[in-house]
Design a protein around this ligand. Structure first.
Ligand SMILES: [Fe+2]
Ligand SMILES: [Fe+2]
Length: 311
């Protein structure tokens, strides 16, 4: 492991908002992976100013002006049908004034992640397309549920979207960095139809895509709610313990109900824990309506997948 990575891993392990289990796993993960993606430099600056209550649209626009490529991506997302803005937004200041700081922050997270991964060696185009469609579907459902359950304020609705978008990000690291292990994982899934992908990863690697994803989220200084939801999105929670985990767990499952998904890439389903409905004060009878809302909102969100694929 190189010096920088060693330093990074120590920082991650010492990070305040990584819980004990994530910390232990991180240590194991960074010993297997040579490089973790680093966000564009304006990403951390944006994170800092947005957490400051005195931040203005001008401050955000000023920072973003240092990265025209990222700004262009944020503006493409802003002007997409997904946000339904009636006039064309031509600069970041306008975007903040029209959509609000939290929405723009969530767009900066999305655009930064797309930029980080478009620079890396990625898996085959079919998988990448599947991967981002599923991630986007999960993000959209998480946002729909966060709006409906009213346990969250507006900023948290946008955090829900980011958590959904990033929940499986560790899979891209496995696909690009751990190719031999990926073959073993695929073989294990073929041999045992009852084994979920998540379980096969742990069997082969000792950690899962959820652990790697959490590791990245901690490294990028994302909110604790996102780090925890990504880390535990395949696990059953103790009732009422963490609505964020239940939110992403359930959204992942509903995201898989979309009929565009290709089963070649999603061979073995992980279980849906019924406790997640109760944790969110929702009835399982809502499933069909949530899938319908997802389909309606997804129709305007194709730009996210295009940007993710570098188009
Ligand atoms: Fe997952
Ligand atoms: Fe997923």
């Amino acid at each position: 492991m190189n010096e920088t990575l060693l330093k990074t891993s120590k920082l991650l392990i010492a990070s305040d908002h990584a819980d004990d289990r994530i910390r232990r796993k991180m240590k194991h993960i960074v010993s297997h992976i040579h490089s973790l993606p680093t966000p564009p430099s304006v990403f951390h600056q944006i994170n800092e100013v947005i957490n400051n209550p005195d931040t203005s649209a001008y401050d955000v626009a000023n920072i973003m002006s240092e990265d025209p490529a990222l700004t262009a991506k944020v503006l493409r997302l802003t002007n997409s049908a997904f946000y339904g803005v009636s006039r064309t937004v031509t600069n970041v200041k306008q975007a903040v004034l029209i959509l609000g700081l939290e929405v723009v922050k969530s767009l900066v997270i999305s655009a930064s992640v797309f930029e980080m991964f478009s620079r890396r060696e990625n898996p085959d185009a079919g998988y990448l397309d599947y991967f981002w469609r599923h991630s986007l579907a999960t993000a959209i459902v998480a946002r729909i549920i966060a709006r409906q359950i009213r346990i969250t304020s507006l900023p948290e609705i946008e955090v829900a979207f980011s958590a959904g978008l990033l929940h499986d990000i560790g899979k891209l690291i496995i696909a690009s960095e751990l190719k031999d292990a990926l073959l073993e994982i695929k073989k294990a899934l073929e041999r045992d139809q009852a084994l979920a992908e998540y379980g096969a990863e742990i069997k082969v690697l000792g950690f899962s895509h959820a652990d790697i994803g959490a590791c990245l989220c901690v490294k990028w200084n994302l909110p604790e709610s996102i780090c925890r939801a990504v880390a535990f999105h395949h696990e059953e929670t103790l009732a009422g313990s963490d609505p964020w985990i239940a939110l992403v767990h359930l959204s992942n499952h509903i995201g898989h109900q979309m009929d565009f998904l290709d089963n070649r890439y999603y061979p073995n389903h992980s279980p849906l824990y019924d406790t997640s409905w109760a944790d969110l004060n929702l009835s399982p009878a809502r499933m069909d309506r949530l899938v319908d809302s997802l389909k309606a909102e997804y129709a305007g969100a194709g730009i996210f997948v295009n940007l993710a694929k570098g188009l």
